[in-house]
Design a binder for this molecule. Structure first.
Ligand SMILES: [Zn+2]
Length: 231
């Protein structure tokens, strides 16, 4: 059931199923929505909000992105509240204390069962959508256990049982890096993306671990970073 990375963006035919894209607002998921729309696919954007310190700003960025991309093929944004504050309790993502800065170990960003919970809860909210495919912007930079194609292949089997039809999970960027995705994405879409775990209002902080990896990827791509960082 492995997914060919580029075939996902083949031009849509009339019987192409809608694709439910899990959108977190970052470079990869916004690029994914834009690429599917450009291929003529019908896109259902799904955003999961976990109540962590960046989530309100992230949700506003996602809403603005979807408004800017509005077209016949883009369905209304589905927003799923999935608060994890009780689970994380005194974690920095709840308290805002000791937020990992650029260069910190990526293990400090790990959210347990992240992709499985995003996918699983999305399946339950998509019950009114007939025979869709799911898509995530996971790249080769994802070294967490839930970022491998093997993981998604096995998740497809479980989620198909949940959904009652064969659910495909598309991961077209899984062999690309964030840098590759940046190079292949329009400036307009890049400027509408957001990836910061310590925003000042809606503005990315410029100092946190996510701002650090974003800045490094733009630098490596040789692409001018359109982000207005606070610092
Ligand atoms: Zn930041």
């Amino acid at each position: 059931m492995s997914s060919a990375p580029d075939a996902a963006f083949d031009a849509a035919s009339t019987d192409s199923p809608p694709v439910a894209v899990l959108i977190g607002g970052g470079v990869e998921s916004t690029a994914l929505v834009a690429r599917f729309l450009a291929a003529g696919r019908r896109v259902v954007p799904v955003h999961v909000s976990c109540g962590l310190i960046w989530d309100e700003a992230e949700s506003r960025w996602v809403r603005r992105f979807c408004e800017a991309q509005a077209c016949d093929h883009l369905a209304t944004l589905i927003e799923i509240p999935l608060p994890l504050t009780g689970f994380f309790r005194d974690h920095w993502a709840v308290t805002g204390q000791d937020v990992p800065l650029a260069g910190a170990a990526s293990s400090r960003l790990e959210i347990p069962l992240r992709n499985l919970s995003l996918l699983g809860f999305s399946v339950h909210w998509l019950k009114s959508v007939p025979h869709y495919q799911l898509a995530l912007g996971t790249t080769a930079d994802n070294h967490y256990p839930d970022g491998s194609r093997d993981y998604f292949d096995k998740a497809e089997a479980v989620l198909s049982l949940e959904a009652g039809f064969p659910v495909r999970i598309l991961t077209p960027f899984i062999r690309q890096t964030k840098t590759d995705v940046i190079r292949a994405t329009s400036r307009e879409v890049l400027a509408a993306s957001f990836s910061c775990v310590n925003p000042q209002g809606d503005q990315p902080c410029g100092r946190c671990i996510k701002c650090g990896s974003r800045r490094a990827a733009f630098l490596a791509a040789g692409v001018n970073d359109p982000t207005d960082y606070a610092a």
